[in-house]
Design a protein around this ligand. Structure first.
Ligand code: SF4
Length: 330
């Protein structure tokens, strides 16, 4: 089986953008690859955060991933800081990475503009840690959105550079682009994101979702109920595509919108029904897991031990190739 690696920051509650844009895809991929999914707390500390809240945020993320269908007994779901090799390999990669390359990374430019008072070395070094995350398990496949393709390309470059300098060690991983498009926020203006306050939370109840959905903008051409609309111009239609099966999508939503056969409120209610069919079981599973978190914690401990062993083998190989292994003749 090929090796797949992906990571997610412990950012609190997941929203449907995270789920349909990434996590749902991981749930099916875990059956096709030897899968490592890391809650990347070492990445999360590159911006200001509250240390007291970090353990809870990590636990929350793990439970939500498990509730979504990531099976911690099948998939190597683990917490990044519990495997010291990630930081170890990062230092090694730092020594073969030109500074200019890191300064040119789009994410560094965006984040340093966003966090002007805290442009730390970790923020700059973020892609190197990401490369280490993947390569320490000799990852071959990395599921990403389009905004992360640059980082996968960077990882390939790190692998090529290391292999050229110290001998063939790392595979050149491939980006596996997710089928889901970028999921816009409820405002229809920007990508769904907690910081933009435009999300539908994965664990929200039907009533909570409806409170947000009912006031979300639609195609501005539909001023009156009798005005025909263009579904492609409506954010709600893009949401429908995630959960509404055919022929309901084409016949009821798209055609209904174009002919004013359906009103926006009814259209939103239809989306709500189909969305909750997907979210209700997740919320239910989350409740069960959160009532007994020790079960997931046990699986996480076992996974961390496996990851430490896997990472340890790579670190040993790297050290030997770099002349850092203990081989003194006494
Ligand atoms: S009918 Fe549906 S797809 Fe058309 S504008 Fe209204 S909410 Fe959007």
């Amino acid at each position: 089986m090929k090796v797949l690696f992906t990571g997610i920051q412990p950012t609190g509650l997941l929203h449907i953008g995270n789920y349909f844009g990434a996590v749902r895809n991981w749930v099916s991929l875990q059956h096709q690859y030897r899968t490592y999914i890391s809650v990347v707390d070492l990445h999360a500390i590159t911006i200001q955060y509250e240390p007291r809240e970090m353990p809870g945020a990590v636990q929350e993320m793990v439970l939500q991933l498990a509730a979504c269908g990531i099976d911690p007994e099948k998939t190597l779901l683990f917490v990044q800081s519990e495997v010291p090799g990630h930081a170890d390999l990062t230092w090694t990669f730092n020594t073969i990475t030109p500074l200019g390359e890191l300064e040119r990374m789009t994410q560094f430019k965006d984040k340093s503009a966003q966090h002007r008072k805290n442009v730390n070395v970790g923020l700059l070094d973020y892609p190197v840690l990401q490369a280490a995350d993947i390569l320490i398990y000799k990852g071959e496949v990395v599921p990403v959105g389009e905004d992360q393709v640059q980082h996968v390309e960077f990882t390939r470059e790190v692998a090529r550079r290391f292999n050229a300098r110290y001998g063939d060690t790392f595979p050149e991983c491939e980006a596996l682009l997710t089928a889901s498009p970028r999921i816009m926020g409820l405002d229809g203006q920007a990508k769904m994101s907690k910081s933009k306050d435009n999300t539908i939370g994965l664990l929200e109840t039907r009533e909570e979702v409806w409170a947000k959905l009912s006031v979300a903008p639609t195609d501005p051409a539909r001023v009156r109920r009798s005005d025909p609309g263009t579904p492609e111009k409506c954010n709600i239609y893009s949401y429908h595509k995630l959960v509404t099966p055919e022929p309901q999508l084409s016949q009821t939503v798209a055609q209904g919108c174009r002919t004013a056969g359906i009103g926006c409120i009814d259209c939103k209610k239809l989306f709500l029904d189909n969305l909750m069919k997907e979210l209700d079981p997740i919320r239910e599973r989350y409740g069960q897991l959160a009532a007994r978190p020790e079960k997931v914690r046990e699986a996480l401990d076992a996974n961390a031990a496996t990851c430490r062993a896997d990472a340890g083998r790579t670190i040993l190989e790297v050290k030997e190739k770099m002349g850092l292994a203990r081989t003194w003749k006494i």
